[in-house]
Design a protein around this ligand. Structure first.
Ligand SMILES: Nc1ncnc2c1ncn2[C@@H]1O[C@H](COP(=O)(O)OP(=O)(O)OP(=O)(O)O)[C@@H](O)[C@H]1O
Ligand SMILES: [Mg+2]
Length: 245
């Protein structure tokens, strides 16, 4: 379980999230939704330890409160699929996926990747349906295919916590469903905790157990996906209350 107690996050001069509290059960799939700029990516940054709270505390079961002592362990157990893919263009899909394992060996190693890790990377590509592009440079792949390479690079780490920033954004609906099924099975059968920022509400409702809706830097909805009905959606997506206008 991951627990947020009154977590506030600042970026630059402004506080983006104000006193957010929630609990995310192990082996569940949570969708984070909300208007553009509300702080969804910021929340993921706090969950993977890249952004430290300016107030409040994040605790992870088995580790306790995330502090300097356990942050590295938490980060090793966490994989993030970024909004902008963050792939290296001139490398093949397989080499990009292997980068997900980079922290398991010396950064300056010139040795070829061990067979076992190459096999792991190939399996991750197979999981996202891209095994046939293992040797293709990723700058020759479509946006959706690149997105899936980014997902494979996260999955190859066999993370306990998978964070995804709109991982289905550039993927067609059919492939999105397949990837969603693969992710669901990782949560259900392998105990992976999954937190995905999603902008397609129907897909979030089909895939997620729980929804966290952010509005105005706070949690405006937190509950089972089945309860995220039209009224709740309207509360989360309502335009900002005018401040000083
Ligand atoms: N590096 C940064 N420095 C300062 N402010 C930032 C930085 N990154 C983001 N912000 C601000 O933080 C706020 C929240 O950004 P965030 O990226 O978390 O939003 P989001 O909900 O993910 O939006 P989107 O749906 O467009 O991706 C925005 O107002 C943004 O301008
Ligand atoms: Mg974002």
């Amino acid at each position: 379980m991951i627990r947020l107690d009154n977590v506030s996050i600042r970026r630059g001069a402004s506080e983006i999230l104000h006193g957010v509290s929630t609990q995310i059960p192990t082996a569940s799939v949570t969708a984070v939704v909300g208007r553009s700029g509300v702080g969804k990516t910021t929340l993921l940054g706090a969950l993977n330890g890249l952004l430290r709270p300016s107030a409040g505390q994040i605790s992870v079961s088995g580790l306790g409160p995330l502090d300097d002592a356990c942050l590295e362990t938490h980060r090793r157990r966490t994989a993030t699929v970024f909004q902008n893919h963050a792939l290296i263009d001139r490398l093949s899909a397989l080499r990009n996926v292997l980068l997900g394992l980079a922290d398991t060996r010396h950064p300056l190693s010139l040795l070829p990747w061990p067979q076992a890790q190459q096999r792991q990377a190939a399996e991750a590509l197979d999981e996202v349906g891209l095994l046939q592009y293992a040797g293709t440079r990723v700058d020759r792949l479509s946006g959706g295919e690149r997105q899936r390479v980014g997902l494979a690079r996260a999955l190859v780490r066999a993370p306990r916590l998978l964070l995804g920033d709109e991982p289905f954004a550039a993927v067609d609906p059919n492939q999105a469903r397949q990837l969603g099924d693969a992710i669901r099975s990782l949560a259900t059968h392998h105990g992976m905790t999954v937190i995905l920022v999603m902008h397609q509400i129907d897909m979030a409702l089909a895939l997620a157990d729980r929804v966290i809706g952010l509005a105005h830097g706070q949690i405006a909805f937190d509950g089972p996906a089945a309860q995220f009905d039209r009224a709740a959606q309207a509360r989360v997506f309502s335009p900002s209350v005018s401040k000083g206008a």
